[in-house]
Write a protein that binds this ligand. Structure first.
Ligand code: FAD
Length: 469
């Protein structure tokens, strides 16, 4: 059999081996594989089978077997990622964590939750709220993304400015190495400086070094109250001043500072869409939220900001309904996806002080090339994280649009991926944000833990010598 044909088929006999481990109901085959993915799902799915283990032991046996015969495996969480990291080729096996969805323990005394990796984020948020506790990570994909996927991507989201990214929420972790060995590092303490912090290797490694099967997560007290406002401003510099002001005035309780530019605001608050809480016509808007702060302190902070001209107008939500309405303007992507067809979304990171020039440069590059292109900026400004939404028009080569967004990051040493990872989508641009020695170290760690290269092959980097790349 020639090599290209062989690589389109799984290793002979492996499907039977997998059925032997998880049973017939645990393996999905044939046309049922593609039928499981919703129409909007962007990753191409050509896997020969989806195997759905129920326990760490089953994951271990699956990987040991696949490793023994050199069978490539792609790990699938909730598949809410945006960088084609769960894309599978024909001949690969997808390993789905969907049946490993048990919350094993919520410990109110130590404020920890122990979960299997396939638990959906929103499920944990709801479960811990019943104990008066909160899980700090929150993001738009909460209804489908899994905690294992959140860890594998080191997810960020809407409250990073207050609580940090997923990395800061994980106390302990269990992972299965590509050869089937189980690394159990289920630490439950905040402090534990006993040598290398091995869990960090798996967090953010996008499933290339091991399959995360279990997590011990840090919980916080459920905040008594939220205060939420929408403000308008004329410049990013003005908003940068406002960010510092509210952070200080709220005494560390600022939990979200989300930028929305006029293009995004007008798309989402156009006729028949969301009602605009503030008039159109400002260059920028920002959603500001504080958790657990007194409403009067929040109001004073904003009143003071208006007096000092750090924003031009402000509206404070006076009910949960009004809060949700403001958040919907920030989170609803349906209208922009429809208006900007073909829609492209980018997620970059750069110092707040460089944001204004960056936005100007990206806009100029894009409109210089496609004068009728549409562009909007939004994102977690408090974390230095911008999302760029672009509709460059039919036929605009993807790589040329990407260059408009990523090339200006070189000058400010920004990151081509603030939150979503690299996957396949950003692989060609990794060198903008990571040096040759850094990329070389990543490859060496990969080779050490996955010498047969069976896990998520081709994701993040190709296994060429990165010094030459
Ligand atoms: C509307 C919307 C809004 C979003 N907003 C944000 C946001 O604000 N911030 C943010 O960070 N992300 C955001 N995302 C992206 C996405 O939700 C996150 O990247 C999330 O962490 C992915 O989790 P998942 O379970 O869907 O992983 P998947 O998409 O299934 O997988 C992502 C990567 O992790 C690997 N992986 C998954 N599970 C495991 C495991 N158990 N062990 C090892 N590897 C694994 C996969 O192989 C793949 O490489 C958003 C998505 C949507 C749809």
């Amino acid at each position: 059999m020639n090599e290209s044909l062989a690589s389109r088929l799984p290793v002979p006999g492996i499907i039977d081996d997998l059925i032997g481990i998880v049973g017939e109901s645990g393996v999905i085959l044939g046309d049922d594989v593609a039928a499981r993915y919703p129409g909007y799902f962007m990753d191409r799915i050509e896997a020969s089978a989806i195997v759905r283990p129920r326990s760490t032991e089953e994951v271990s046996r699956i990987l040991a077997q696949c490793n023994a015969v050199g069978q490539p495996v792609v790990v699938q969480g909730g598949m809410s990622g945006w960088v084609r990291a769960t894309q599978t080729r024909a001949g690969e096996i997808a390993l789905s964590l969907e049946r490993m969805n048990t919350i094993e323990q919520i410990d109110p005394v130590n404020r920890t939750a122990t979960v299997q990796a396939g638990v959906v984020l929103a499920t944990l948020q709801d479960a811990v709220a019943e104990h008066g506790l909160a899980f700090a990570l929150d993001l738009g994909g909460r209804g489908s993304c899994q905690l294992g996927g959140n860890a594998a991507t080191n997810a960020g989201g809407l409250r990073v400015i207050r609580y940090g990214m997923m990395r800061e929420q994980v106390l302990g972790l269990e992972a299965v190495l590509p050869d089937g060995q189980v690394v159990s590092s289920l630490n439950r303490m905040i402090k534990n400086n006993t040598g290398y912090d091995l869990k960090q290797l798996f967090i953010g490694s996008e499933g290339t070094l091991g399959v995360i099967t279990k997590l011990v997560l840090r919980l916080r007290e459920l905040p008594a109250d939220n205060s939420t406002a929408l403000v308008s401003a004329e410049s990013v510099e003005q908003l940068a001043g406002l960010l510092r002001h509210v952070d200080k005035a709220l005494g560390g309780r600022l939990s979200a500072f989300e930028l929305i530019d006029s293009d995004f605001y007008e798309v989402n608050t156009g006729d028949g869409r969301h009602r605009p809480p503030l008039a159109h016509g400002s260059a920028f808007y920002a959603l500001i939220e504080a958790e657990g702060t007194d409403a009067a302190v929040f109001e004073n902070a904003l009143g003071d900001a208006l007096a000092r001209e750090l924003c031009d107008d402000a509206v404070i939500a006076s009910s949960v309904r009004e809060r949700d309405a403001i958040w919907a303007i920030r989170e609803d992507l349906e209208h922009i996806v429809r208006d900007f067809q073909p829609f492209l979304a980018f997620d970059v990171s750069l110092p707040v002080g460089d944001m204004a020039d960056y936005m100007t440069e990206v806009r100029a590059r894009l409109l210089g090339r496609w004068p009728h292109a549409r562009i909007a900026f939004l994102g977690h400004m408090g974390d230095g994280n911008l999302h760029v939404a672009i509709g460059a028009g039919p036929g605009a080569p993807h790589a040329e649009v990407e260059a408009c967004v990523y090339e200006p990051l070189r000058r400010v040493q920004g990151s081509v991926s603030a939150e979503h990872g690299i996957g396949l989508e950003k692989k060609p641009w990794l060198a903008i944000s990571r040096s040759a020695i850094e990329r070389d170290m990543m490859v060496r760690i990969k080779r050490l833990l996955d010498p047969r290269m069976i896990l998520n092959p081709g994701k993040i980097f190709d296994l060429t010598d990165q010094r030459e790349a």
